[in-house]
Ligand binder design. Structure first.
Ligand code: PMP
Length: 418
C-alpha cells in the first residue's frame, strides 16, 4: 500500500478474500494505521446526556468527559427533550410497556399507532399513512413495496442511501439525474417512456442543505405523467407555512404523489412514515417487507411522537426560532467568508476543501474548545469538498451561537488562512 491517507472506504468495497468473514487484508492494514484511527476517533463518540445543544460527550480524543455545544444532532426543534413529549412518553411506557412485541399486521398495532398515523395523514393532507420502525426502513420499504423488476426508478444523484437501497431490493433499473437538473431528468424520462417509472427527490438535501427544484421537476414529471416521491426527512415540521415540508413551501403538495418523513429528526423520536392516497397505502401494506415483517414502532415512542406533533403544530414558535437562529449563524459565517455551499435550510455545510488533515485537525481543536461539529469526509461527500455539517437547533441561545461563532473563527477561519 502506498500512501495510506490516499485511501478511503471507497477502496475496500470489493473483497477478494474467499472467506467473507475476513475483510480484505489491506483494509485491516489501513484501519490499524494510527493516522486513520485518529480520523475515525471523530466517529462513534459517546453522548453521555440528551442530544440537546449543551450536552456532554465522552471524547474519543482523550477518553475524557467534555461539556460541549452540540451542533451535530438532528434534534432541530428540541422535541426529543421537550418536557411535554417526555411526560407523554413516560405515560406511554407505564401504560403499554417498552416494545410492541409484534409486527403491525399480526399483533403489533396499538391504538396509539392508529391515532398517530391518522394525525400524520391529516397533517400532511393525504388520505392515509403507514408507519415504519425506522426512517431508513420506510424508504426501503416504500420503494420495494411499489416498484418491480423492469420498472425504472429515477433518482436525484444526491438522494439518500435508503432510497437507493429500496431500488436495489426492488430489483428496479435505477437512473440518476444530475442534481436538481431538469434537463438531465427529462432525458431519463424520455429514455424510459414505455416503462413504469417513479421520480425520487428530497425536500432538503442532507449534505448540502439546498432545496429540491420542485416547481421545475413537477413540470417535467407532468409532461411524462411520472409520479413523484419526496423524502422530507430534513424538512417536515420546519418548511411551509404549516410545517408540512418543502412541498407545502412550494405549494405543490397535490402534485407530489407520495411523501416520506422520518420521526428521528425534527420529531425527536425514531421511525418513519409514508403519506399518500388510501389505495397506495393499502397496497403498500400488502408488499412492504419492513412493515410486514418487522416489529411495530415502540408504543412509548409513539406516545411521545403524538405529543411532539401536537407541540410542533399548535403554533409556529419552534420553527420561527429555528429560522431566526439559522439566519443569524448563516449571516455571521458568511461574514467570515466561509464557503457554505448552496444551503437554504437549517443544514449548514462549512466546506473546508480537499485536505482531510485540515478537516480532522479543525475537528479536534473545536472539540477541545467545546464545540462538537461532525466532520464529513469522502466518500460521503466529494473529496474536494470535505466539510463540517452544522445542524441548527431552535434551542440555541444567543450565548451559545456567539460562542460557536468565536470557536469557528479561531479554529477554522484562522486555520484556513495559515
Ligand atoms: N432520508 C434522509 C434524507 C436522511 O437523511 C435519513 C437519515 N439521515 C433517512 C432518510 C433515514 O432516516 P432515519 O435516520 O430516521 O432512519
Amino acid at each position: 500500500m502506498h500512501d495510506i491517507l490516499n485511501y478511503s472506504l471507497a477502496d475496500f468495497f470489493f473483497n477478494d478474500n474467499k472467506n467473507v468473514l475476513k475483510p480484505p487484508s489491506d483494509f485491516t492494514e489501513w484501519m490499524s494505521d494510527p493516522r486513520v484511527q485518529h480520523g475515525y476517533s471523530f466517529f462513534e463518540q459517546q453522548l453521555l446526556a440528551a442530544p440537546k445543544v449543551s450536552t456532554e460527550i465522552l471524547s474519543n480524543l482523550d477518553n475524557k468527559k467534555r461539556s460541549i455545544i452540540n451542533l451535530t444532532s438532528y434534534n432541530y426543534l428540541g422535541l426529543s427533550t421537550h418536557p411535554e413529549v417526555i411526560q407523554a412518553a413516560k405515560e406511554g411506557l407505564d401504560q403499554y410497556g417498552l416494545g410492541a412485541s409484534g409486527a403491525p399486521l399480526l399483533s403489533g398495532t396499538f391504538d396509539l399507532h392508529v391515532k398517530f398515523a391518522r394525525m400524520l395523514a391529516d397533517f400532511k393532507q393525504k388520505e392515509d399513512c403507514i408507519l415504519y420502525s425506522s426512517g431508513f426502513g420506510g424508504n426501503v420499504g416504500a420503494i420495494q413495496g411499489l416498484m418491480r423488476k423492469g420498472d425504472v426508478l429515477i433518482l436525484d444523484e444526491k438522494c439518500h442511501k435508503s432510497l437507493i437501497d429500496g431500488g436495489t431490493l426492488a430489483q428496479t433499473k435505477m437512473l440518476f439525474f444530475d442534481h436538481n437538473d431538469v434537463n438531465s431528468l427529462a432525458l431519463m424520462l424520455e429514455k424510459s417512456k414505455d416503462k413504469r417509472v417513479m421520480v425520487v427527490v428530497e425536500g432538503v438535501y442532507s449534505m448540502d442543505g439546498d432545496l429540491v427544484d420542485l416547481p421545475n421537476i413537477v413540470k417535467v414529471c407532468q409532461e411524462y405523467d411520472a409520479p413523484i416521491y419526496i423524502d422530507e426527512a430534513h424538512s417536515t415540521l420546519m418548511f411551509g407555512e404549516n410545517g408540512r415540508g418543502v412541498a407545502e413551501h412550494f405549494d405543490l403538495e397535490e402534485e407530489v404523489g407520495i411523501s416520506f418523513g422520518t420521526l428521528s429528526k425534527s420529531f425527536g423520536g425514531v421511525g418513519g412514515f409514508i403519506c399518500s392516497n388510501a389505495d397506495t397505502i393499502r397496497y403498500l401494506k400488502g408488499y412492504s417487507s419492513p412493515w410486514n415483517f418487522s416489529c411495530a414502532p415502540s408504543p412509548p415512542v409513539v406516545a411521545g411522537l403524538i405529543k411532539a406533533l401536537e407541540v410542533a403544530t399548535r403554533d409556529s414558535s419552534l420553527r420561527d426560532r429555528l429560522w431566526s437562529n439559522t439566519a443569524y449563524l448563516k449571516k455571521h459565517l458568511l461574514d467570515m467568508k466561509l464557503d457554505l455551499g448552496k444551503t437554504e435550510s437549517q443544514v449548514i455545510p462549512i466546506i473546508i476543501g480537499p485536505s482531510g488533515e485540515k478537516l480532522m485537525g479543525f475537528a479536534e481543536q473545536m472539540q477541545k474548545r467545546g464545540l462538537f461539529l461532525q466532520p464529513v469526509d469522502f466518500p460521503a461527500v466529494p473529496a474536494h469538498a470535505r466539510r463540517f455539517r452544522m445542524s441548527v437547533s431552535s434551542q440555541l441561545t444567543q450565548e451559545e451561537m456567539d460562542r460557536t461563532l468565536n470557536i469557528i473563527e479561531d479554529v477554522v477561519v484562522k486555520g484556513l488562512r495559515s
